[in-house]
Design a binder for this molecule. Sequence first.
Ligand SMILES: Nc1ncnc2c1ncn2[C@@H]1O[C@H](COP(=O)(O)OP(=O)(O)OP(=O)(O)O)[C@@H](O)[C@H]1O
Length: 124
Amino acid sequence: MKSPVDILKAVRSFRYAGAGIYNLFRYENNARIHLMACLAVVIAGVFFQISLTEWMLITIQIGLVWAAEAFNTSIEKLADLVSAEYHPVIKVVKDTAAAGVLILAISAVIVGGIIFIPKVLIWF
Ligand SMILES: Nc1ncnc2c1ncn2[C@@H]1O[C@H](COP(=O)(O)OP(=O)(O)OP(=O)(O)O)[C@@H](O)[C@H]1O
């Protein structure tokens, strides 16, 4: 009887996704900026000993921004393949995909501000 779950296929999918993550941080400038911002937030989280709930909120925000960056990069690559020349529709496609990243990045900054600003203000 054929197994209902193809483990090898799942492992291969993980490998492909891993290659995607590697390419994202290796070649995409914005993804590297988000990686550095993430490291800064994790260091700040450890320094200020933030709560479990705050860690969960920050983890969700980081995941959302990275996922948006991955989708944005994927759309950009596909758009470049579809039309290397300037095209007004490609402009809308790329600008809208970038807007998705920006919206989630702003939300991450707001959440980070709500968590960290009161902790910094205690010093003053
Ligand atoms: N083929 C195109 N047709 C129309 N506008 C384009 C085209 N390529 C890029 N653009 C415009 O330039 C902007 C930047 O596009 P680009 O692909 O260089 O993205 P990027 O964010 O600089 O990413 P990367 O540096 O990773 O390639 C787009 O948001 C869009 O406004």
